[in-house]
Ligand binder design. Structure first.
Ligand SMILES: [Zn+2]
Ligand SMILES: [Zn+2]
Length: 142
């Protein structure tokens, strides 16, 4: 049995579900995530695209690709952030903050070399991203 979690943007115009379990969860410290979110760190959950279903307001989603690796999406009414598609990995980052019912169990920190907020939680701190995702696989001290 797969569990379905409900999410929405800040105003509720865009609603969606994610079904199953995320491929990975954690925190991204990269400069792009920080600049786009206006926050010190991004709590991510990665899903196969087929796990994400838009149930309302699909035509109300804006998107922007600063790089080919990340297609960032938000609600055009409230500006609330929703997803980042990562086509090369065939994964969608659904921000942990917009699926409050999902038990968030972070497993890793990525792009920690760019951090502005050191987090002493004992989880692995990847310099960039894991080797299997095209990164160095190097881990850093907290
Ligand atoms: Zn909205
Ligand atoms: Zn990032």
């Amino acid at each position: 049995m797969s569990t379905t979690y409900h999410g929405s943007c800040f105003c509720g115009a865009v609603q969606f579900t994610v079904t199953g379990e995320p491929a990975a969860m954690g925190y991204c410290h990269c400069e792009s995530c920080r600049a786009w979110s206006a926050g010190p760190v991004n709590a991510f959950t990665l899903w196969p695209p087929t796990a994400v279903q838009i149930t309302r307001g699909a035509d109300n989603i804006g998107s922007y690709n600063k790089t080919a690796a990340s297609r960032r999406q938000w609600c055009k009414s409230c500006g609330g952030h929703l997803f980042t598609e990562h086509p090369a990995w065939n994964l969608v980052d659904v921000y942990a903050a917009v699926i409050p019912g999902l038990p968030f169990k972070p497993g890793v920190h990525v792009h920690y070399q760019e951090t502005k907020l050191r987090m002493h939680d004992g989880l692995p701190k990847m310099q960039d991203v894991p080797k299997e995702m095209g990164g160095s696989g190097v881990t850093l001290a907290e």
